[in-house]
Write a protein that binds this ligand. Structure first.
Ligand code: 13P
Length: 257
């Protein structure tokens, strides 16, 4: 983390978990535990149908609400899809774009990721753009080439003045839901590399202000070490964000003075 130049953001990604009543139970349990985190922003990205209740339930405890996806068009005949503007009006602040699960199961490509980043920014949302390599790619030694490509493609056409709304999440696919975390050094190296890519595209001032998160089996035990890396500015947390106690421990790790 480097709080002097950029925001630390701890975001939960609930994926396809929790009903509205489970969301309410989570809110009741976390509220007495969370306090008022001063040094980091806390976000919960929840399934679409939970958004209106989540916005209401978490308003008084400074947790911003995010969505897990959006469509890139502004309206039209796309059965089952949701626009960025709909999310904005529902009270959403962040939207995850290009999560590896969407790339893997729902044909998300670097092209659609780029279109969605533009749609999100246009609607006034903060995109959390996910990038990450597979185990094979890491073993082949092409991690940084791949991540560079993903970052450049995602940001294509995004002007410098919009970059303060963009968050990047480095999520190595082999670390997601596997209990296998990248070492702090591996996470730090790639996040540093991502910042270097942004520096080349937009210059040093923009690059040092961008929040770059790590995601992939982040939990209460490893959060502190990962967040101690200068270029790791927070986490995108799956499993450990589903339980108030473990999520709060990660928030506390990010919130130390
Ligand atoms: P886990 O924390 O469950 O590994 O999930 C990470 C993730 O995919 C967050 O987007």
């Amino acid at each position: 983390m480097n709080r002097r130049y950029r925001k630390t953001i701890i975001a939960g990604n609930w994926k396809m978990n929790k009903t509205i009543s489970e969301t309410r139970a989570f809110a009741e349990e976390i509220k007495p535990l969370i306090g008022r985190p001063k040094w980091c922003e806390v976000v919960l990205c929840v399934p679409f149908v939970n958004i209106p209740s989540a916005v209401r339930l978490f308003k008084d405890c400074r947790i911003s609400i995010g969505a897990e996806n959006c469509h890139y068009e502004s309206h039209g005949a796309y059965t089952g899809e949701v626009t960025a503007e709909m999310l904005k009006e529902a009270g959403v602040k962040y939207v995850i774009i290009g999560h590896s699960e969407r790339r893997q199961y729902y044909n998300e490509t670097d092209i659609t990721v780029n279109k969605k980043v533009h749609a999100a920014l246009e609607a006034g949302l903060y995109p959390i753009v996910c990038v990450g390599e597979s185990l094979e790619q890491r073993e082949l030694g092409v991690t940084m080439e791949l991540i560079t490509y993903q970052v450049k493609a995602a940001l294509s056409g995004v002007p410098a003045d919009k970059m303060r709304h963009v968050v990047i999440a480095y999520e190595p696919i082999w670390a997601i839901g596997t209990g296998r975390t990248a070492t702090a050094q591996q996470a730090g190296e790639v996040c540093e590399g991502i910042r270097a890519v942004i520096r080349k595209l937009y210059g040093a001032r923009v690059a040092r202000a961008v929040t770059i998160q790590y995601g992939g089996s982040m939990n209460a035990d490893n959060a502190e070490e990962l967040l101690a890396q200068p270029d790791v500015d927070g986490g995108l947390i799956g499993g450990a964000s589903l339980k108030p106690a473990s999520f709060v421990q990660i928030i506390n790790a990010a919130n130390q003075e």
